[in-house]
Design a protein around this ligand. Structure first.
Ligand code: AMP
Length: 205
C-alpha cells in the first residue's frame, strides 16, 4: 500500500495523510517535516526552506530512499510532499522498482487559492509540544496551546510572499507529474475544501 498525497500548500495533505496512515496502520512520511528537522543543523537547507525554494532532487530523494527502507514501511506508507518535480516522480519509480513495489494511488488535493492564503497565514504551531492550530481548529485562548499552555507561533516559512512563491512553484512543477500518474491510471483528483476523513473512502481501489 503506497499512497501519494499531492497538492499545493495548505490543501491539507498532512491532515489527510495522517488520517489515512492511521486507518491503514502504515507510516505517514512528510518530506517537509523531514527537511525541517535537517534544517535545524544545516544552514543551506534552512535558507532554502525560508525562501520557499525546493531542495535538490538528489538530496531529498536520498533522504526518502533511506526512510522507506526502514522496517515500519514494509507494509507501505503514505507520502506527503513528494514528488515535487517530474524528476522526483521518475526517481521514485526507479527506487520502488528496485524494491519490487508499486504505487497504489495518487490523490491530488485541490482548493481555491483564497482558502490556501487564509489557512496558511492563520496557521500556528505550539513551540513546546508541536500541536497545530488554524482557521478550522483555533485555540481556546489566542496564541496559547490548548494541550500544554505553550506559546503559539507562525511557521517561519509562512509569509504571504513565500506562500505565493510556493503556489507558483507547485503549479509549474505539478502539471507534468500529474500527467505522468494519470497516464498510469493512478490519479484521483479530490476537492479538499472540507471533510478530510473522506480520504479513507477515496483511497479504496
Ligand atoms: P511542506 O511542509 O510540504 O510545505 O514543505 C516545506 C518546504 O520543504 C517546501 O517549501 C520545500 O522548500 C521543501 N520540500 C518539501 N518536500 C520537498 C521535495 N519533495 N522536494 C524539494 N523540496 C521539498
Amino acid at each position: 500500500m503506497i499512497y501519494i498525497l499531492t497538492g499545493g500548500p495548505a490543501t491539507g495533505k498532512g491532515t489527510r495523510a495522517n488520517i489515512l496512515a492511521e486507518a491503514l496502520n502504515i507510516p505517514h512520511i512528510a518530506t517537509g517535516d523531514m527537511l525541517r528537522k535537517v534544517a535545524l543543523k544545516n544552514a543551506e537547507i534552512r535558507e532554502k526552506l525560508q525562501k520557499g525554494e525546493l531542495i535538490s532532487d538528489d538530496v531529498i530523494t536520498h533522504l526518502l530512499e533511506e526512510r522507506i527502507k526502514e522496517d515500519d514501511c514494509k507494509n507501505g506508507f503514505v507520502l506527503d510532499g513528494y514528488p515535487r518535480t517530474y524528476r522526483q516522480a521518475e526517481l521514485l519509480d526507479e527506487i520502488l522498482q528496485k524494491q519490487g513495489r508499486k504505487i497504489t494511488k495518487v490523490m491530488e488535493l485541490v482548493i481555491p487559492d483564497e482558502l490556501a492564503f487564509r489557512r496558511i497565514l492563520e496557521r500556528k504551531k505550539c513551540g513546546y509540544c508541536g500541536a497545530m492550530y488554524g482557521i478550522d481548529f483555533p485555540p481556546k485562548v489566542e496564541d496559547v496551546c490548548d494541550k500544554c499552555g505553550g506559546h503559539l507561533t507562525v511557521r517561519t516559512d509562512d509569509t504571504k510572499e513565500t506562500l505565493a512563491k510556493r503556489i507558483e512553484t507547485y503549479r509549474k512543477n505539478s502539471r507534468k507529474i500529474l500527467d505522468f500518474y494519470k497516464e498510469k491510471g493512478l490519479l484521483l483528483t479530490v476537492d479538499a475544501s472540507s471533510n478530510p476523513e473522506s480520504v479513507v473512502e477515496d483511497a479504496k481501489v
